[in-house]
Design a protein around this ligand. Structure first.
Ligand code: CDP
Length: 286
């Protein structure tokens, strides 16, 4: 099983010991360490931004907002919600909704999952491949209506679209801009640089850790939910799906092995949790 596999990985064992203690009630003792958080937050790196300059055509320019919708935006407590199956049955919805600003990943559904993941979304990443995967590339009117209805539910939220790395269909672009503020950011290089200083050198950062990084520039305190890239529940040992919204019967996939190194990211976030930099929720919310 996945559980056994993780135990076979020697680097995973110390984490599991600490985790057991954590899950046996210690997590309520988590204390925010503001000094440590300030030392690591991302805004120190904004100075590097001038290194990455892109040329864009007029068409794209006309779609861009005049100013970044997150410019000078500051929030007290932010929730960053990853999509792990650990959220299922967590009852963390109300706690997540009590945050001042909520980041989500990949247009993840909330509607049938309010209890566990909350209702509010202030910013969600939107990778155009979502259109291919869930909306049949908007080929039929039905597909478009479907997509449009789901967009409408997010009204007022910011969509974070990786515009320079993927091709976006023009109509979709227009559709989105008429409804939303959009941030176009391509700061992957920058973010890699940032995490390198934390000894996290990865080929590709996951969406979740990108959102954490963005949050650290905008928020005074960050709480993480749905970050658990393993196929078993640390509280019960039972099997977990990869995503909280995966249909029953879909087995945990190790798809991250191809694109991400989520366990390394997790270990770092877990360490930061221990240092009081960010709060990582791994058990049920009371
Ligand atoms: O595929 P991608 O990394 O873009 O994201 P996803 O599967 O939609 O999940 C969003 C984020 O949640 C991931 O990038 C991870 O940071 C986190 N996640 C996790 O920690 N454990 C999981 N089982 C699933 C997602």
């Amino acid at each position: 099983s996945q559980f056994a596999l993780n135990f076979l990985d020697p680097s995973f064992i110390p984490l599991t010991h600490a985790l057991n203690e954590e899950l046996q009630g210690k997590s309520s003792k988590w204390k925010f360490n503001r000094t440590a958080f300030y030392q690591q937050r991302y805004y120190d790196y904004v100075g590097y931004l001038h290194k990455y300059v892109f040329s864009i055509n007029n068409n794209l320019k006309s779609l861009l907002p005049d100013a970044s919708p997150i410019q000078n935006k500051h929030y007290n407590v932010c929730a960053v919600v990853g999509n792990s199956g650990i959220l299922t049955g967590s009852h963390c919805g109300p706690e997540i909704d009590s945050a001042d600003f909520i980041f989500r990943c990949n247009f993840a559904p909330t509607e049938s999952y309010y209890k566990d993941v909350g209702r509010k979304t202030n910013l969600t990443t939107f990778n155009p491949s979502i259109l291919e995967r869930y909306y049949n590339n908007l080929l039929t009117i039905q597909d478009r209506n479907n997509f449009f209805l789901n967009l409408k539910k997010l009204e007022g939220a910011i969509l974070w679209i990786p515009v320079f790395t993927y091709h976006i269909h023009k109509t979709v672009n227009l559709l989105i801009t008429t409804l939303y503020h959009i941030i176009f950011l391509n700061s992957r290089n920058l973010l890699h640089l940032y995490w390198k200083t934390k000894n996290l050198s990865l080929k590709r950062l996951s969406t979740g850790i990108l959102m954490y990084t963005l949050a650290s520039a905008m928020c005074e305190e960050i709480h993480l939910y749905g970050f658990w890239p393993f196929g078993w529940d640390p509280n019960t040992g039972k099997e977990l799906p990869y995503h909280y919204y995966d249909k029953k019967g879909i087995k945990f996939t190790t798809k991250w092995q191809e694109t991400h190194e989520l366990p390394s990211e997790f270990k770092l976030l877990y360490k930061m949790h221990g240092e009081g930099v960010t709060k990582l929720s791994l058990s049920h919310c009371s």
